[in-house]
Design a protein around this ligand. Structure first.
Ligand SMILES: O=P(O)(O)O[C@H]1O[C@H](CO)[C@@H](O)[C@H]1O
Ligand SMILES: O=c1cc[nH]c(=O)[nH]1
Length: 235
């Protein structure tokens, strides 16, 4: 057991999907995995292990934001030996040509979080996706005929922000595709511990147009994102 995860040694697979929402973790386990067992309910942050196409895979809710995902990723890697970590999250688009329901593979993660400043003492570290996972996920997504975007995302410490318009316009000018709240921490920790990480994100809303997915659309698109992540995890 670790501080925030109540699993015994060996109960978590070395490949894991990481949704922010613990109920999305339950949905993935119920919908896609076989022979499922629940290994965690500490703080309601559900974690499950099962098999996908015969391969052992886990899925763990991370909560929202850099501090929360950092706790789970640290413990998953250091206490349970997880090696391949794929976030399955939602994001808000800030480019006109990125559409609601598109799937984004986060190649890098710009941030206003201070975690990297604290680690690197003033050096402007660039957290990146694992290239093999990125390439595999891209190939799987395009083979499925999906609209896959690859690029920079903004990992924000705030969901509600007073100067959002100004910040979004600046980031959009510099080619950032979308906003979410965890990827920079995932990529930095994966690099630190020599693990592989990727964020696969569904555009759930468009920040410029205000367009949102309906719950039905969300389900279908989320399933596509989850299948890309699961297929990538076992490849
Ligand atoms: O849908 P998840 O994975 O939680 O991701 C996004 O949704 C939350 C904000 O609503 C943040 O965690 C953000 O990163
Ligand atoms: O962090 C997030 C996630 C989804 N949509 C947003 O606008 N922001």
């Amino acid at each position: 057991m670790s501080v925030h995860i109540g699993a015994n040694n060996g109960e978590i697979a070395d490949k894991i999907l990481l949704p922010g929402d613990p109920l999305r973790a339950k949905y993935i386990a119920d919908t896609f995995l076989e022979d499922v067992s629940q290994y965690n309910e500490v703080r309601g942050m559900y974690g499950f292990t099962g098999t996908y196409k015969g391969e052992r895979v886990s899925v763990q809710g991370t909560g929202m934001g850099v501090p929360s995902i950092s706790i789970y990723v640290n413990e998953l890697i250091q206490s349970y030996g997880v090696k391949k970590l794929i976030r399955v999250g939602t994001c808000g688009a800030i480019q006109k040509d990125v559409k609601v329901r598109d799937v984004i593979l986060a190649q890098g993660a710009t941030t206003d979080s201070r975690i990297n400043q604290l680690i690197f003492n003033g050096i402007d570290y660039a957290p990146l996706a694992d290239f093999d996972l990125l390439r595999t996920a891209y190939e799987i997504g395009t083979e499925k005929g999906l609209s896959i975007r690859v690029g920079n995302v903004f990992t924000s410490d705030t969901f509600y922000r007073d100067n959002a318009k100004e910040v979004n316009e600046l980031l959009a000018k510099y080619k950032v595709l979308a906003i979410e709240m965890e990827t920079t921490a995932l990529y930095t920790l994966a690099a630190k511990f020599d693990c592989q990480a990727l964020s696969v994100l569904t555009v759930s809303d468009h920040i410029l147009t205000g367009e949102e997915t309906t719950s039905e659309e969300r389900q279908t698109t989320f399933n596509e994102m989850m299948e890309i992540a699961l297929e990538t995890a076992i490849k």
